[in-house]
Design a protein around this ligand. Structure first.
Ligand SMILES: O=C1O[C@H](COP(=O)(O)O)[C@@H](O)[C@H](O)[C@H]1O
Length: 225
């Protein structure tokens, strides 16, 4: 497994550079495809990248935007990844993109899985994926020790899976490793020494213990303190 590691002087430069790269990759994809799909993480890290990317000059009306994973909470919750996306990515020029939700008003992710999957399937494969990583080496909502971990890592995994894990505060829904790893361009965004150490620790460890390993091959990792 090989990946490129980019070390930036600060978070602002990382956000500018990464957003410009993603915009360029989407433009390139739209040069030879009718539509291009972009999957992005939630959590605390990607906001500054969204702040730049939302203003990128490209034909957003031909872009499908989706999350890599969602916490099963309503959009009004501060824990909602969708809320973050609506406030910081799906604005300005990017407001013209088509948003493919990973959440529906249902008590459990299982209750909405079929409809959510049916909407996403035609948009695949992903043209570009941006992933986050937790200090426990989870990526998207594929957590070490999760109830559906093996299913999410399987070669024949479904597009989406419900997920519950000791490290996750609420039920989750996540794209499988197969779908994330199948993206034509893959970026992983991490900030801080703790996550850099975690990424190094993930080397040579199985994806069961370090799920991020399932998506790292040929990815670019972007890091700043
Ligand atoms: O819960 C989640 O965590 C990861 C990492 O988030 P961060 O706050 O440590 O940046 C994120 O990539 C994922 O989308 C999110 O649901």
């Amino acid at each position: 497994m090989t990946y490129e590691f980019r070390d930036y002087p600060d978070r602002e430069m990382l956000a500018m550079d990464l957003a410009n790269q993603i915009a360029g990759e989407l433009r390139a994809a739209l040069g030879h495809e009718e539509r291009a799909a972009l999957a992005v993480p939630g959590g605390t890290s990607p906001g500054p990248v969204f702040d730049v990317l939302c203003a990128a000059d490209l034909d957003w009306s031909r872009v499908d935007v989706l999350l890599t994973d969602e916490r099963w909470v309503p959009e009004s919750s501060e824990r909602s990844n969708t809320k973050l996306l609506r406030e910081r990515l799906l604005i300005e020029r990017a407001a013209a993109a088509r948003y493919l939700p990973l959440y529906a008003e249902a008590a459990r992710p299982e209750d909405a899985m079929e409809d959510l999957c049916a909407a996403i399937e035609p948009a695949l494969p992903l043209a570009v994926v941006l992933l986050g990583m937790g200090a426990d080496m989870h990526t998207a909502s594929i957590f070490p020790g999760a109830d559906r971990l093996q299913d999410a890592l399987a070669d024949d995994a479904p597009i989406l899976l419900p997920m519950r894990a000791p490290g996750a505060r609420e039920p989750r829904i996540t794209l499988s490793a197969r779908v994330l790893d199948g993206a034509l361009k893959k970026h992983v965004l991490i900030f801080g020494q703790e996550k850099r150490d975690a990424l190094e620790k993930a080397q040579g460890v199985t994806p069961d213990e370090a799920p991020v390993n399932a998506v790292l091959d040929e990815a670019t990792v972007h890091w700043a303190e």
